[in-house]
Design a protein around this ligand. Structure first.
Ligand code: AMP
Length: 361
């Protein structure tokens, strides 16, 4: 099978690497000459928006098309879908690209989210503040990632400052959730509607960027896992989804609220390469290629640390027993994800001792 991937970042790179043993050949489309997936598979240089010569070349090189980031223009995905199967379906992009559309969709399915309101004018902002109250979070509806384009409002002065900074584009005001922890669920669905789910993952963000994931998350009751899986099943079925979808949750007691959906493989699932029976990348390929899905059970415990800005000394990382280093082949740059390490262990509690070892910049 030949898989075309929109986007040539580290997620595309890890999908392509997972394809090699299966004989699945990937081609990425990306505007950057030096996109990091180009080091491991064929790269077509082109824009995602309206570059039909490049898109046509991708069609010629592929049997099925997928994507590694959620800001692919929906028009592009629809254009491609007239020519080849596109998985996940373009509707998933449409729903997930806009935080208000996404939360309204979840609400329509009975899946809990923080309280929210669409905000465009000052009047709507004031009304939303009065309704939702402080603390709250003001975010751009579109193109926000890794905590960019958002502000936490604790006081009326914060609200003024955030309005100054973010107004002028469509926004969402969300109630601030005093969560116990953040979890994610990675689910994979095939075209026949069969779904497998990985164990819940516990994620720790620093300044809006994922710093560490622990998997399987400790202290997850059967009821909590069932709740996450039931909601995910509803979401994937409604979208007629094929591929990996990640649900990011806030856990508050025995309650789960969705923070956001990612219609793609996810940073919090990198540990599945070494510590699950089948990695998220392989399972995504299996789903989009129409192959049977692989078992998603964890084979051991794992802690995954992102390297932001720079990679620590390689010998230092590899000196840690059961450490698996992934360098993305990107130049160092502040705030950029340039690699990660997954440390595996038979025992869970020891893993957080590495927090000091692999601190970010
Ligand atoms: P996001 O880009 O929406 O995933 O937000 C990045 C991070 O900001 C999340 O992982 C949370 O740690 C925090 N955050 C976002 N929205 C909220 C919220 N409504 N309540 C509390 N924390 C939030």
């Amino acid at each position: 099978m030949r898989v075309g991937i929109l986007g040539g970042g580290q997620l595309g790179r890890m999908i392509a690497l997972a394809g090699h043993p299966l004989g699945v050949t990937c081609t990425v489309l990306d505007p950057a000459d030096d996109c990091c997936a180009a080091q491991v598979c064929r790269h077509i240089r082109g824009d995602f928006d309206g570059d039909y010569a490049a898109l046509y070349e991708l069609v010629q090189a592929s049997d099925v098309i997928t994507y590694e980031f959620e800001n692919v223009p929906v028009e592009t995905a629809r254009w491609l879908a007239e020519r080849l199967p596109v998985y996940p379906p373009p509707r998933a992009l449409e729903v997930c690209q806009d935080r208000v559309t996404e939360k309204s969709f979840l609400q329509s399915l009975g899946v809990p989210t923080p309280p929210f309101a669409a905000v465009e004018t000052r009047g709507e902002f004031d009304a939303a503040l009065a309704d939702i109250g402080l603390p709250a979070v003001l975010k751009t509806r579109r193109f926000g990632y890794d905590g960019k384009g958002q502000a936490v409002l604790r006081t009326p002065a914060d609200a003024e400052a955030a309005w100054e900074r973010l107004s002028g584009r469509p926004l969402i005001l969300e109630g601030f959730v005093g969560f116990d922890r953040e979890l994610s669920l990675i689910a994979v669905r095939d075209a026949a509607g069969d779904m497998v789910t990985y164990p819940l993952i516990e994620n720790w963000h620093v300044e809006g960027i994922l710093h560490r994931s622990l998997a399987p998350a400790a202290g997850v009751s059967d009821e909590l896992y069932e709740l996450a899986v039931t909601h995910a099943e509803r979401i994937l079925a409604e979208l007629n989804y094929v591929g990996v979808l990640t649900v990011e949750w806030f856990q508050r007691g025995d309650e789960l609220l969705v923070n956001e959906l990612a219609p793609r493989v996810h940073n919090s699932g990198h540990w599945t390469i070494e510590a699950a029976e089948t990695s998220q990348f392989e399972n995504h390929l299996r789903a989009v290629c129409g192959y049977p899905l692989g078992c998603a059970a964890a084979t051991r415990h794992a802690a995954m640390y992102n390297f932001i800005g720079r990679i620590p000394a390689v010998a230092h990382v590899l000196g840690e027993p059961n450490a698996h280093l992934h360098r993305y082949g990107k130049a160092d740059r502040p705030g950029r994800k340039v690699g990660h390490v997954t440390v595996c262990d038979a025992e869970p509690p020891e893993l957080t001792r590495l927090d000091g070892e692999f601190a970010r910049d």
